[in-house]
Unconditional design. Sequence first.
Length: 325
Amino acid sequence: MSPTVTRMSPRERLDGVLPEIEIAALTPVLEEIEELKRSRNAVVLAHNYMTPDIYHGVSDMRGDSLALARLAKKTNAEVILMAGVHFMAETAKIVNECKTVLIPDMEAGCSLAEAITGADVRLLRERYPGVPVVTYVNTSAEVKAESDICCTSGNAVQVVESLDADRVIFLPDRFLGQWVASQTDIDIIVWEGSCMVHEQFSGEELHVYRDMHPGIQIIAHPECPPDVLEEADFVGSTSGMIQWVKTEQPRQVVMVTECSMSDNVAAEFPDTEFTQPCNLCPHMKRITLTGIRDSLRDMQHEVIVDPTVAERARASVERMLEVRA
Ligand code: 13P
Ligand code: SF4
């Protein structure tokens, strides 16, 4: 499905996604959110890991981290509500300083964003003078401000290759960095961060799936460990994985990523059987329908980025947005 959602009523959008009894129970809060969006001139941007009630029910636009950064820059709405984690809301603010950016829960963080600070990046630059710093968007604004360019899982290889350098520092995800290194001749120096959700998968558990379900297709996010990626038939960002299912129409597939992805996508591809395993991201799951309603109603949890930090971080994000993926 395209990143921009057609304007049907939440009820129509959830038809076939959730059981009728659940839709009926959720309808009052769904209607409140629709009314608040109208009165606040707000849009809800939702990451692919949101639960189906949010992803299908109230999002106006949705996608992976790259799509959300692009959509945040493009929207005419005065208020952006980020149904995602804090770094995504910060990125929306960085590319759109004059808009109000809200997040329903300030504690919706990310293990990768916590893995590195601006001071760490300055030390890396001292250790590797002249080596460009490529920073995954799953980082704080402060870290982006210390970087040369950002990337997402959807464009990491293209970003690294856009720099005309023999060697780059890649942070903070070591598995994504190692995967990029396997796709390019450029020498990659990685930081030791990892995603607490994707690092839990193992190649061994995937062997079991292959043995149990001959012909099953395995598609994985590049934040997974190398033994998982070696086992995968396709590696890509969350939106890349959705696009792959759309194009390939597999009979049976395992999406090696956060749980809600399969739930969201299964509703759109009824002919494909989605098999677990999956792991939940506790940060993403802090975002709820009632939290979205409260946030829009009370205009609460506004994301603010220090303007001098934002200006430097913006340069890194904008440079990334100019790279064709
Ligand atoms: P993408 O949606 O950009 O692939 O990122 C996955 C992720 O873990 C975001 O938190
Ligand atoms: Fe961070 Fe991993 Fe959760 Fe994404 S899934 S927000 S990378 S902890």
